[in-house]
Design a protein around this ligand. Structure first.
Ligand SMILES: [Zn+2]
Length: 78
């Protein structure tokens, strides 16, 4: 369809997304990268929403986990 070399598919929806519009998100825990995805702006917004929902600290939890996953987590966006 397109011969634009700067266009690659979004890892979520598969839509072609031009390089200047793409977002690459990286999640690191204890300085180790655990996730990296190249997303279109729409999926990026959804990803952030989902990530923040998962990381929500005030989640009611009757059995507290002794090793919370959100301790040293960073989101890096290029
Ligand atoms: Zn997408």
């Amino acid at each position: 369809m397109s011969d634009n070399a700067d266009t690659e598919p979004c890892e979520w929806c598969g839509d072609a997304v031009a390089d200047p519009l793409s977002r690459t998100v990286r999640v690191t825990v204890d300085r180790s990268q655990i996730d990296s995805q190249r997303l279109c702006p729409e999926c990026f917004a959804n990803w952030i929403d989902r990530f923040e929902a998962e990381m929500k600290p005030e989640e009611p939890d009757p059995t507290p986990d002794p090793t919370p996953a959100s301790d040293d987590t960073d989101i890096i966006v290029d």
